[in-house]
Design a protein around this ligand. Structure first.
Ligand SMILES: CCCCCCCC/C=C\CCCCCCCC(=O)SCCNC(=O)CCNC(=O)[C@H](O)C(C)(C)COP(=O)(O)OP(=O)(O)OC[C@H]1O[C@@H](n2cnc3c(N)ncnc32)[C@H](O)[C@@H]1OP(=O)(O)O
Length: 172
């Protein structure tokens, strides 16, 4: 395990002994730097896995993710869809990483307005999870973006092997 000291004490980082990520009171799994601040910097406020197998996320695009006037930078939209869809394996207690992600930008995404992302597992093949999702504007549920991708299950040594690979790169 590798740890670092954040404002609230030692913070367990993703690593060889991954079990469960820390979650906010709203149930949002926190990755990387967000553990230090205790909130999701992408603006995901609540997360839950419903009995129909669909994961639903309440979120707002933060003002500092603005691209065009009063609308989200497309990179935010892609990042938050990667994050939310990638939480589905985690909700099943499986560590995975994104292998592929396709995003359709249907409408500009307004900053500072309530949004919902939903995500579902379409199928699993071997270590691959095929996941789709969409982002809607509340309360009308107008579709703003759609995403689909492949997440690949990783064993607990994934990040340690990556650190070894990076060290080899540095020796070149
Ligand atoms: C970000 C941290 C995530 C973990 C955090 C843990 C704490 C949780 C806390 C908080 C929640 C956070 C939630 C985050 C959510 C967002 C997730 C992300 O954004 S992840 C970052 C971006 N993605 C990468 O960094 C992958 C980089 N790429 C790789 O590592 C490799 O290329 C990898 C693992 C994808 C494939 O590596 P190979 O090719 O060596 O593995 P081989 O064993 O050969 O393949 C495994 C399976 O993957 C398929 N595959 C490989 N590449 C594929 C591709 N491009 N498309 C489709 N399938 C692919 C293969 O066909 C194979 O499938 P078959 O086992 O036979 O079922």
């Amino acid at each position: 395990m590798s740890t670092t000291s954040g404002a609230t004490g030692p913070v367990v980082r993703a690593g060889g002994d991954f079990q469960e990520p820390p979650r906010t009171p709203g149930g949002v799994a926190l990755c990387g730097a967000c553990r230090e601040r205790g909130t999701c910097r992408l603006g995901v406020e609540r997360e839950r896995l419903d009995e129909d197998g669909v994961a639903r996320f309440a979120l707002t695009c933060p003002r500092d993710q603005e691209g065009g006037p009063d609308v989200a930078h497309g990179g935010w939209t892609a990042a938050v869809l990667d994050d939310c869809l990638g939480h589905l394996p985690l909700l099943h207690r499986v560590l995975s990483v994104t292998a592929e992600l396709t995003v359709s930008f249907v409408k500009p995404v307004p900053v500072g307005r309530p949004l919902e992302v939903s995500a579902r597992v379409e199928r699993r093949e071997g270590s691959r999870w095929y996941i789709t999702g969409e982002m809607v504007l509340l309360p009308t549920r107008a579709v703003l973006a759609r995403a689909s991708g492949i997440w690949v299950t990783r064993d607990q040594g994934h990040f340690a092997r990556h650190a070894d690979w990076l060290a080899e790169q540095d020796e070149r």
